[in-house]
Design a protein around this ligand. Structure first.
Ligand SMILES: NC(=O)NC1=NC(=O)NC1=O
Length: 174
């Protein structure tokens, strides 16, 4: 997507296009719109990252709480966002057997109990085994370390969603 096209978008169209690059946090894209003109996609990403990192811990945890559990209730009831549905199915979360669903439920519950926010990982970059391994491993972290680790995953998800928007736009143009 031509960055000049992005820079020419109205506020409403910008938020419509980029509003879910951070799961269920359209306010973030709305907040960075005023920084246009953007040099390139990396510049948009940098502004989003700057916004997230400028938040207090409670704000960062608020972003984490907007993320649906992997293989959780939203997946089972079909209420995931389009992006999340694609990501979770790509990571094999839609083809778990009942024992694996129960294992994810138990680990996610233990994690949420310990940290007060859900386990977040960039599903596109991980397969089922990695996710279970990471979830078990990261449970051992202390809260501050784990909060930062989870925000790193939010940034990876955001980067891939931003690129998806650009690529899908180019495909429609071809
Ligand atoms: N709890 C999560 O990590 N959720 C997700 N990660 C993704 O990459 N997509 C999700 O829905």
């Amino acid at each position: 997507m031509d960055i000049n096209v992005v820079n020419a978008l109205t506020y409403e169209d910008f938020v419509k296009l980029f509003g879910n690059v951070v799961e269920k946090c359209p306010l973030i894209s709305a907040a960075i719109w005023s920084h246009r003109p953007f040099k390139d996609l990396a510049d948009i990403e940098a502004h989003i990252t700057e916004f997230i990192l400028s938040l207090p811990d409670s704000g960062k945890e608020g972003i984490l709480r907007c993320h649906p559990d992997l293989a959780g209730r939203d997946l089972q009831s079909g209420t995931l966002t389009r992006e999340s549905q694609e990501e979770q199915s790509q990571a094999g979360m839609t083809t778990l057997d009942s024992a694996e669903v129960l294992q994810m439920y138990r680990l996610n519950s233990e994690y949420k109990e310990r940290f007060g926010f859900p386990f977040v990982i960039c599903a596109r970059l991980n397969k089922k085994a990695d996710i279970v391994g990471q979830l078990s491993e990261r449970l051992k972290n202390d809260r501050a370390v784990e909060r930062e680790r989870a925000i790193e995953e939010v940034k990876k998800i955001c980067r891939l969603r931003l690129r998806n928007i650009v690529l899908s736009d180019i495909q429609t143009k071809l």
